[in-house]
Ligand binder design. Structure first.
Ligand SMILES: *Cc1c(COP(=O)(O)O)cnc(C)c1O
Length: 423
């Protein structure tokens, strides 16, 4: 797609011509003990801190100091409706309508809340389908839901597996599972972009297939949100959840996002867990009213939310709004394509990329298998100033994120890897 070239000159030229290159300066880049910037390739695990985050949080600390409880209505950004300040920007990033999106709780908590509403097993239709290499928290969550409803967590769990000797899963195999067991499956819950292989799924295709067999369909988009163009509304998915501390740079353990499709927005019969924040805003503080369900995704909130964490999300979303997500996606495809090009030049007998090679079937992350490698390779990379992620048995995951990684970062990453492999 692009005409990549070897050599540092090419990387320098790309950075010079990159309209979003300056955004790197808006982030704190971790440094080695000599004060040099590390090459940070783990935005898929914990995104870096925007320099403006501190002032957004300080604003709320000051208003709390000066106003106390009055801050709920009198703060510069009043706390009562604070979560609403995030909705529109977040909805844009995941391709949803504002009524379909809310920022609340943390990811796995939201996954459970969604399953309270969308996993409604019966005696004959109770199974849950997930992808074989799902993120452990997702697997534990769905297993516990099976047990919670009195089902066996092994018999009730269907794994969508890659074929023998392969890493990526295959849509034909999913179709085959649904053809034979579709009427037993209550819920399909797949990681929208697999954390291990980097495979980005066709959410619409999976949803359409699942709905055809009468299954509910939800996605964990932790590795997709802020990384790939999601079209959650158009996908037709019943629900989705994600976190904000990976590609959305909102700080360790920050709040999660949640999507509930518009078609469920006004359905008051949908079973759910509720709290005062799922109650009608107009009468919430009358305190003695009968419960009155708030429509849309907001209606799944339980508690009044943590403002300090939301301030960090706001700081980050403002950056995304300024750059424009489309600009980032465009750079991301080019940057990851460049990474792939350089890795392949190392020789395909030493390096194998397990992430799909089509740019529309992946985000920025490449998962790299190195022949005969063990964790010492990862340790050597760390010593050489490259922060990457190691997954047993033999996979290094690197995610050049377009907001704060440059073409030169990618160039030097591969140079250092080459030096280590040749030593
Ligand atoms: C990061 C991640 C999680 C982590 O869940 P938390 O509840 O935020 O700790 C869960 N699932 C997936 C797919 C993830 O990538």
């Amino acid at each position: 797609m692009f005409d990549y070239k070897l050599g540092l000159d090419f990387a320098i030229k790309q950075d010079e011509n990159d309209p979003s290159a300056s955004y790197k300066n808006q982030f704190h880049i971790p440094k080695d003990k000599h004060g040099n910037d590390l090459i940070y390739m783990t935005g898929n695990s914990l995104g870096l801190q925007p320099k403006n985050t501190k002032s957004y949080i300080n604003q709320e600390l000051e208003d709390w100091a000066n106003l106390g409880v009055e801050g709920h209505t009198e703060a510069k950004n009043p706390w009562l409706p604070y979560h609403e300040f995030l909705t529109e920007s977040m909805a844009k990033i995941v391709g949803a309508k504002p009524i379909e999106v809310v920022v609340m709780n943390t990811l796995t908590t939201n996954l459970h809340l969604m399953m309270v509403s969308f996993y409604k097993p019966t005696k004959t239709r109770y199974k849950i389908l997930i992808e074989a290499d799902a993120f452990p928290s997702d697997k534990y969550a769905v297993e516990s839901q099976l047990r919670h409803h009195g089902f066996d967590d092994k018999e009730g769990l269907i794994l969508w597996k890659p074929r023998e000797g392969e890493e990526l899963v295959n849509y034909a195999d999913l179709e085959a599972i649904l053809e034979t067991q579709g009427n037993e499956i209550a819920l399909i819950m797949v990681g929208g972009l697999n954390y291990y292989t980097g495979q980005y799924f066709d959410l619409k295709r999976i949803t359409t297939l699942g709905h055809k067999y009468g299954c509910m369909v939800g996605f964990d988009c932790a590795h997709a949100a802020g990384n790939v163009p999601l079209n959650l509304h158009d996908s037709g998915a019943d629900f989705a959840v994600w976190c904000t501390y990976k590609y959305l740079n909102s700080g360790p353990g920050s709040l999660g996002g949640c999507f509930v499709h518009e078609r469920h927005a006004y359905n008051k019969n949908l079973n759910r867990f509720t709290g005062w924040w799922s109650h009608n805003k107009q009468t919430r503080f009358n305190m003695r009213d009968e419960f009155d369900q708030l429509p849309g995704a907001e209606g799944w909130q339980l508690s009044n939310p943590p403002i300090l964490s939301m301030a960090a999300i706001r700081a980050s979303l403002d950056i995304f709004n300024t750059v424009g997500f489309e600009t980032l996606v465009e750079k991301s495809k080019k940057l990851t394509g460049y990474f792939e090009f350089l890795l392949k030049a190392l020789g395909e007998d030493t390096i194998r990329i397990i992430t799909p090679n089509h740019p529309n079937e992946r985000g920025c992350q490449l998962s790299i298998q190195v022949k005969n490698a063990n964790k010492t390779l990862h340790n050597k990379l760390t010593e050489a100033g490259v922060i990457s992620d190691w997954r047993e048995p033999d996979v290094i995951r690197c995610a050049p994120t377009p907001l704060y990684n440059s073409f030169q970062d990618v160039y030097y990453l591969v140079e250092r890897l080459k030096t280590i492999l040749n030593a």
